[in-house]
Design a protein around this ligand. Structure first.
Ligand code: GUN
Length: 289
């Protein structure tokens, strides 16, 4: 029996179900959900993600649009575009791809997106709603990770020890909030944490989101633990470009009860949850179902 968590297969199943739900909602509303992705600049990794998001949205029946602004675009230009999308009744989901060029303040832009269309779940209103357990649009990577954890451990995570490595606004903090909502005992560890390895080795659920290639090996892992690797790191090995996670997969695989690979783990789930959020936003904005 394999202890690998197949995120690609899980996401593919989810998209099949989603396509049915999108078709029903489209029938009810008399129009299809619309997702607009904004990309500023030419970052190669961002271009790949944005293209995938567009392709998969189309595949499930969501109308996908892409706006590209040059690397030199001003904050005012981007804010004007966001404002136009906020007011467009055909746009139900807005995603501004991060990172943004340095002349643009990320927080200002994310706060300008209408919370009801914020399919990334990054607007302070949605962050606040998540932290008090209110209905919101949930950040895609943490939400997708919870699905994968439940696919391995079952729906009841109550009382489990969860350790989140990393404290970013995009993954670490919302991940901790979601696991707390599942009644886990949650610890966040980070670069300043003392005895980080020993704390991780207590975890029934270990989520790695630090962006340091293969930092976590078998010594950090409790036997049988569920390990979720959010890292996507491009490295050079044996003269070849390689994609690796924050976890040393080969050694961790031997000790974990369940573990996500990179690629093919959390990544595909992030996009699937973006599509789920777009349908949720659509239903709320169009007042259906
Ligand atoms: N860049 C890396 N991950 C993400 C994400 O989840 N959303 C957005 N908007 N940008 C990202």
């Amino acid at each position: 029996m394999s202890n690998k968590i197949d995120g690609s297969a899980y996401a593919s199943n989810l998209r099949k179900k989603l396509a049915v739900d999108v078709a029903i909602a489209t029938e009810q509303a008399g129009k299809a959900p619309g997702l607009t992705v904004v990309l500023v600049g030419e970052d190669p990794a961002s271009q790949v993600y944005v293209r995938r998001k567009g392709e998969q949205a189309t595949e499930v029946g969501i109308i996908s649009n892409e706006h590209r602004l040059p690397e030199t675009a001003s904050q005012e230009e981007l804010l004007a575009l966001v404002e136009q999308l906020n007011n467009d009744p055909e746009v139900h989901g807005i995603l501004v791809q991060l990172p943004l060029p340095k002349q643009i303040d990320e927080k200002t832009v994310l706060t300008a997106i209408l919370p009801e269309k914020d399919v990334d779940g990054f607007h302070p209103v949605n962050v606040g709603r998540l932290s008090i357990g209110d209905e919101s649009l949930l950040p895609c990577t943490p939400h997708g990770s919870v699905h994968l954890i439940k696919s391995a451990l079952g729906d009841n995570l109550s009382g489990l020890n969860a350790v989140v490595v990393g404290r970013s606004n995009i993954v670490g903090k919302p991940m901790a909030a979601l696991l707390l909502q599942e009644s886990c005992t949650v610890t966040i560890v980070h670069s300043r944490t003392k005895n980080i390895e020993a704390i991780c080795a207590q975890a029934d659920i270990l989520v790695a989101a630090v962006g340091r290639p293969e930092m976590i090996n078998a010594d950090w892992i409790k036997p049988g633990a569920c390990v979720i690797d959010v890292g996507i790191n491009r490295i050079q090995r044996d003269g070849k470009n390689k994609l690796v996670g924050d976890v040393d997969y080969a050694s961790a695989f031997e000790k974990a009860g369940a573990i996500t690979p990179v690629p093919g783990g959390v990544g595909p789930m992030t996009i699937a949850m973006l599509l789920v959020n777009t349908l949720t936003a659509f239903k709320r904005l169009e007042k259906i179902g």
